[in-house]
Every structure is written in C-alpha cells, then in structure tokens.
Design a protein around this ligand. Structure first.
Ligand SMILES: *Cc1c(COP(=O)(O)O)cnc(C)c1O
Length: 382
C-alpha cells in the first residue's frame, strides 16, 4: 500500500499542497474567509448574478413548486418541464437547434468527447485546455494529441497526419488560467479542411463576450456550420450550477443515447433550472454588466501597467499575474490576504511547471474603488 503521509509531505515540500478556505458569506465580492473580512478577486461569477435577488426568488419559487431533488436521471423521470424550457432557451440563446443540460461542465466534457470518439479515432487538444477536456480525451480511448497553445498551423500539421477514424478538435474558447481567446476562425477553417469536428468549451466566454453575452461564438460570429459542438457551463457568468452542450438535433439525440455522464446521473434540481432561466435572461438583457466589467478590466490593466506589473495578453476578466515559483505565488497570495484581498495562487498541475500565478478575476459586482484597492495592495506586496 502507498504511504499517503509520505506523499503528502512531498507535496508540502514542493509547495504543491492544496487547502480549502472556509467561506462564511453568500456569493459576492465582499466576504469572510477563514474568519476575516475580505475583498475577493477569484470568483468566476463574472456578472454578479449568483446572488441576484430575482435569481434567488426564482430558486425559492422553484423549490415551492418542485421540492429539492429531481429524484432521478433525465432518462428515467428526472427530466421536468423546467429542464426542458431551459434547454429550449439555451438553444435560442446560442442560435443552435438544440441544447442538452448536463449536471456539471466536467461531466459534459467527459460525456461529449467519449460519446463521439473511441478506439481508432483521434482527439486533438490545445496544450492549455481545461483538465476536464483532457480527461474526456483520455476516457474516450481515442488517440489524444496536444497541439501548441493557440497554434492553428501546429494543429493543421497534426490533422494532416491522420487519414483514418473520426477527428475531433477540442479547445477552450477563453482559456481558464490565462484569459486569452482561442483563434476560433482559424481553428474552424482548419478543422473543416480536414473533415474534423470542432468542439469549443466556452465556460469563461458566455456572459462576458459578445453583445448579447453569446461568448466567443458570438464574438467571432461563428454559426453551427463552423462550430458544431458548443459547450457552456452554468457555474460561471450564469452564477448558477450545471452545464450544457448546444448543436444539431442529431448531435443532441446521439448524446442522449450515448453520453454516459448524461445517462447515469441524477438530473440537476428543477429549482436550479428555474433559477438559471432567470439568470439566462439577465445575462442577455443586462448589457450594462458586460460594459461595467470591460471598464473595470481596462482600469485594472492601466493601473497594473503603471505599477510595472507584467500582465498576460487577456482582454477578459481573467487577469493573471505570472509568478513562476510555487512557494512565491503562495506567499504573495498570503500577503494579499493579510491586507484583506483574496486571490488564489494557481500551481501545477492546473498550470504548466514553472507557471504558478495569481489568478485575479474581475466581476461586474466590483466597484472602481475595489479595483483601486487591489492595485494599492499589489503595489505594497509585489
Ligand atoms: C469550470 C470549467 C469546467 C467545469 O465546469 P463545472 O460545471 O464546474 O464542472 C469545464 N471547462 C472549463 C473551461 C471550466 O473553466
């Protein structure tokens, strides 16, 4: 049997030990972490919808109407009119014929990739893809190849070497730890040239990019022909929980038959579906949230540049400060916390070796003075 204590000690020594912070506040940027008041810059609730009064009201009304649990999987009797209405609204929102709800984004990615590909097929993934996409590739038992980050030419070369089997190109829309965008028009053209599927996980694009919050697909103007498999998660800008995939009628029907993480799990609570319908509406109509977020992003980038901090190429609310060393990243995060600023240090294997960073995220729920406070404290500790 492996000696778990020795392995834990080794993680400690490498600066890779992970610990949970115990939060004592509702979703929001002003909170309580480990018993102290904090201003948080690490949530993915980019539009500040997780604690919106109308969303909370819809959740309460949903619980009155539906109770707590869905009681079963979608294919048994867990699929309610609430889930069905949300799917129709997500299809309309993404401009696709159909959408299918999953219980989490992680499961969506496992389910879609492993349903479409198997032994003898080929999955091509950006080197910086989210762990769930890589795990989906591994689970599928297809041959998994990773191409250089955002490099359409490298992808083209790898696709050209494969002449048999299904080919699936998989990428984050907005990269979760870097904040940059995948070059989707180029990837779509490359995939098409090689008769490959393109799957985009836009967990961090929906709500943030595009005039209506339609994410990278709307930002680049890519319809279903260019981008046939579009995944979104509901736990980020939607401020809710769950995930979906949008695409053709055939794709959705096929996934209902074949995606095991869809079939063999309990449907998410119908009250959560009801609340998400309201957050979807707010996400589309409250354009001021996107505008405010953009202005906070620009304010932060201007201020950080004035301080001489090195930012990454990101125009999204994900604004990481690359540190490199694991212990240094953790020490900085702790120094920020002492000043009441909550930012998490992200270390390998979430990011590449030597790529430890402070993952700063902004939200429409922040005020300008909050961003200024972050900059003041960064100047003190960095
Ligand atoms: C958060 C995230 C997921 C996982 O979604 P959950 O609903 O939290 O399981 C998948 N992909 C990306 C890119 C993510 O950032």
């Amino acid at each position: 049997m492996r000696d778990l204590n020795t392995e834990l000690t080794r993680l400690h020594q490498a600066g890779l030990y992970r610990q949970r912070r115990i939060m004592a506040n509702a979703a929001g940027v002003y909170g309580h972490a480990d018993g102290r008041e904090v201003l948080a810059f690490c949530s993915n609730d980019y539009l500040g919808l997780a604690n919106h009064p109308e969303v909370v009201k819809a959740l309460q009304a949903g619980a009155e109407r539906w109770g707590l649990g869905s009681g079963a999987a979608h294919l048994v009797n867990g699929h309610t009119t609430a889930h069905h209405a949300l799917e129709a609204e997500l299809a309309a929102f993404t401009n696709r014929p159909r959408a299918l709800l999953f219980s989490t984004g992680y499961m969506t990615n496992l389910g879609v990739i492993a349903a479409l590909c198997g032994r003898g097929d080929h999955v091509f993934e950006d080197r910086l893809n989210h762990a769930s996409l890589l795990d989906g590739g591994l689970l599928s038992q297809a041959r998994l190849q990773r191409y250089a980050h955002g490099d359409g030419a490298a992808l083209d070369g790898k696709l050209a070497q494969r002449t048999t089997g299904e080919k699936l190109v998989v990428t984050d829309g907005v990269f979760s730890m870097d904040g940059d965008l995948a070059p989707l028009p180029q990837l779509a053209a490359t995939a098409k040239r090689h008769d490959a599927w393109l799957m985009v996980d836009d967990a961090h694009g929906f709500g943030v990019l595009g005039a209506n919050g339609g994410g990278t697909a709307e930002h680049f103007g890519l319809g279903m022909d260019a981008l046939p498999i579009l995944v979104g998660t509901l736990g980020k800008a939607f401020g809710s929980f769950g995930a979906f995939v949008a695409g053709s009628d055939a794709l959705i029907e096929f996934l209902i038959q074949k995606a095991r993480p869809y079939i063999y799990t309990t449907a998410l609570p119908p009250a959560v579906a009801e609340a998400t319908r309201v957050s979807l509406k707010l996400l589309q109509t409250d354009t001021w949230r996107r505008e405010k977020l953009q202005s906070l992003i620009q304010r932060f980038r201007r201020g950080a540049e004035e301080l001489g901090l090195t930012l990454m190429q990101s125009q999204t609310p994900i604004q990481p400060l690359l540190i490199g060393d694991n212990d240094k990243a953790v020490a900085l995060s702790q120094a920020l916390l002492k000043q009441g600023i909550l930012v998490s240090a992200i270390r390998p294997p979430t990011v590449p070796e030597g790529g430890a960073r402070l993952r700063i995220t902004l939200s429409a729920a922040h005020r300008e003075v909050d961003v200024d406070q972050l900059l003041t404290v960064l100047e003190m500790v960095a």
